[in-house]
Write a protein that binds this ligand. Structure first.
Ligand code: FMN
Length: 186
């Protein structure tokens, strides 16, 4: 039997989505499934998904938006995604996804609601928490930090008191990865 192979593409701004892509790939490899991980900022020239049994797209969320590269990828690959035989998954990393009262709402808003614009439907999706980093070494610029602090004041639950907060739930991420593999077996 040939080994299954999955393509994971992602767009990140502050690193959370990248970390999740790497973790999902590790879980796949532990389960004897090959995984290619591609940062869409570095490579976006796909003609098709030949040779892959699954595709996972991951995006950072900023002011309610995916990254430009993820948007371009979904737009450019729309027809290929529609006709792809394999399983297609999507995830986002977002601060609100880590807040229990917001989770269900943003999961829909940031994934299937946005995909309708591209006429793309997917099999499987989830929203994970993100990183809030006010430290010196942060990838967030001063304006981004300011917006984040303001958002934190307005939306209860967004932690803006600490220098660095990682809101990702690794058990939730593992469940997502294993659930994706289960779809192959179904
Ligand atoms: C300027 C700014 C705007 C943001 N806007 C949102 C937002 O609209 N919704 C949300 O859930 N999280 C928002 N966040 C939090 C990010 O989703 C979080 O930092 C996440 O880690 C981003 O993924 P990345 O680390 O892969 O870039 C925002 C963060 C910043 C700095």
């Amino acid at each position: 039997m040939t080994e299954k192979k999955i393509l994971i593409v992602y767009g990140t701004r502050f690193g959370a989505t990248e970390g999740v892509a790497i973790k999902i790939a590790e879980i796949f490899r532990d389960n004897d499934v090959l995984a290619d991980v591609v940062d869409l900022e570095e490579r976006s020239d796909f003609d098709n998904f030949d040779g892959y049994d699954g595709l996972i797209i991951g995006s950072s969320i900023k002011i309610g938006q995916w990254t430009r590269h993820v948007k371009n990828f979904v737009r450019n690959m729309r027809l290929e995604i529609q006709k792809f035989d394999g399983t297609v998954g999507f995830y986002v990393c977002s601060a609100y996804a880590a807040i229990a009262e917001q989770y269900a709402k943003v999961k829909e808003e940031y994934i299937p609601d946005k995909l309708t614009e591209f006429d793309v439907s997917i099999d499987y999706y989830d929203a994970f928490g993100g990183i809030i980093d006010f430290s010196e070494s942060s990838r967030m610029g001063w304006l981004e930090k300011k917006i984040m602090k303001l958002a934190g004041k307005q939306a209860t639950g967004v932690p803006v008191e600490s220098e660095y907060t990682d809101l990702r739930d690794w058990d939730q991420i593992e469940k997502f990865a294993l659930g994706f593999l289960d779809l192959f077996k179904a």
